[in-house]
Design a protein around this ligand. Structure first.
Ligand code: BG6
Length: 477
């Protein structure tokens, strides 16, 4: 048994967290550029505080990030050395359409990704491309209000058509929106939305989510028309909720919270708003402006596979004001007393990955793709930059083992696994560099100090061996 021989092992990054070169090659300004590190970050990514340009006294880590814009050949060579079969990366929308609403794309931006994809193929690496990973041109935000505006669907379709046409034969795996459910928790980051005083935020978020869902179905349609070989996936910030206790009210709360996430994938994979969501929206007086053609497009253009990120499981309780909380991916959760946590408080739960995979596969019966998983930790390099990251190897091997169990023991169908931040990059949640996920250490600190030198960590050779043995040898030797 074990993984199929074409299992796609690899790593994942996002343009805004590694590329840098924010003003180069004709690229326009994007939401991700103007999100600083520091205490205001949270209120900015959640759309509570407006920051539409660089301001004095702040540091903006995405402007240069790890400068992959200039280092991509060196970085992809290292991925090739590890034996990657796939590399997940995202397109910076404002590199292709600097303002977002132009009729013609920016050739320099298109050429940049073409060179990058060709570089991948030199090493037999299949690109897995996220069309938007927390990324929206600033002009679309200032002029149109981001994804709250239906017009964004048209601009996104234009972007997709250009990408699918230009990269036909170079890219076959596409993801429409990174962690689409994060629009509810980080609306400026996920959808370029800032709230106006007194407006109904839930209404705005669900209307914007509807636009993204329609855009995602449109993208799937165009991708299949342009090249029937294209495979399109949705992408969910996943992790099943555990009830805090066996009290039926806690179990019910966990189910409701799961549905809050599944809602997006239910639409993208099953092709319609589920009954529970229609009821919930009506109960909350949220009315979605939906065109008759939306229903058709959602129904007829569902995704080919289900991709997701998984870092930690979550806990739900009917009454949670007196229970201890801990941090999680972009929003906190209840602390699970049975689990250890990372240095950032994210709870470590490999079995939770197997549970999540089973939940998703039972529900959708489509191949899964784990496109993010990993441990954000403080690495202490020696003088040469080498890091002995046994803690990371321990985390990853336990999660890969759980994924293997889901395949071998439960029969879950899975296309591949790309560990998050295969090279150190800027954290989306905190903007820090010191929260590192990589197999490759990058000499770069929180406020831009460092030489950008790349050095292999201990986990580099470990992951190389995992790939070489197709996941059979997970030992740390
Ligand atoms: C996911 C995102 O939310 O988690 C990534 O898709 C992000 O962009 C990753 O980096 C890990 O989160 P963080 O906050 O540790 O960077």
């Amino acid at each position: 048994m074990g993984f199929s021989k074409d299992f796609l092992w690899g790593g994942a990054t996002a343009a805004n967290q590694c590329e840098g070169g924010f003003e180069q090659g004709g690229r326009g300004l994007a939401n991700v550029d103007v999100i600083p590190i520091g205490s205001d970050r949270r209120s900015i990514i959640t759309g509570k505080k407006k920051m539409y340009n660089f301001e004095e006294g702040y540091y903006y880590p995405a402007k240069e990030a790890i400068d992959m814009y200039h280092h991509f050949k060196e970085d992809i060579a290292l991925f090739g050395e590890m034996g990657f079969k796939t590399y997940r990366l995202s397109i910076a929308w404002s590199r292709i359409f600097p303002k977002g609403d132009e009729l013609e794309p920016n050739e320099e931006g298109l050429k940049f990704y073409e060179d990058l994809f060709k570089e991948c193929h030199k090493y037999g690496i299949e690109p897995l491309v996220t069309i938007t990973h927390f990324d929206c041109p600033m002009h679309l935000i200032e002029q149109y209000g981001g994804w709250r505006n239906r017009e964004l669907i048209g601009f996104y379709k234009r972007l997709c058509r250009v990408l699918f046409t230009r990269y036909k034969g170079l890219v076959k795996y596409w993801l429409t929106f990174n962690e689409i459910n994060m629009i509810l928790h980080a609306p400026f980051l996920g959808a370029g939305i800032c709230f106006e005083e007194g407006e109904n935020e839930e209404q705005v978020k669900y209307q914007a989510a509807h636009h993204e869902l329609v855009a995602s179905a449109e993208a799937t349609k165009i991708a299949h028309e342009i090249d029937p070989e294209n495979k399109v996936g949705c992408m969910l910030a996943a992790a099943s909720y555990y009830p805090y206790s066996c009290r039926p009210e806690d179990v019910w709360e966990a189910k409701k919270k799961d549905r809050g996430n599944y809602f997006f994938i239910d639409v993208q994979s099953k092709g319609a708003y589920p009954a529970y969501a229609l009821k919930e929206l009506a109960r909350n007086n949220i009315s979605i402006d939906m065109m008759p053609e939306d229903i058709e497009i959602l129904k007829n253009h569902t995704v080919d596979f289900i991709s997701f990120s998984y870092y930690a499981s979550r806990v739900a309780a009917a009454e949670d004001s007196n229970v201890e909380k801990t941090a999680g991916n972009l929003f906190p959760t209840i602390k699970n007393p049975y689990l250890q946590a990372s240095q950032w408080g994210w709870q470590i739960d490999p079995l939770g990955l197997r549970i999540t995979m089973n939940d998703l596969y039972d529900r959708y019966q489509k191949p899964l793709f784990i496109v993010e998983n990993g441990l954000g930790a403080i690495d202490i390099p020696d003088e040469s930059g080498y890091v002995e990251d046994d803690y990371r190897i321990e985390y990853l091997s336990a999660h890969i083992q759980a994924m293997k169990d889901a395949v071998d023991e439960d029969g879950v169908d899975i296309l591949g696994y790309t560990s998050w931040g295969c090279i150190d990059l800027v954290s989306a949640g905190t903007g820090e560099m010191k929260k590192r996920y990589g197999f490759i250490y990058v000499d770069r600190e929180n406020y831009g100090e460092g030489t950008l030198k790349r050095t292999k960590k201990k986990s580099f050779n470990w992951y190389k061996k995992v790939i070489e043995t197709n996941g059979e040898d997970l030992s740390n030797q």
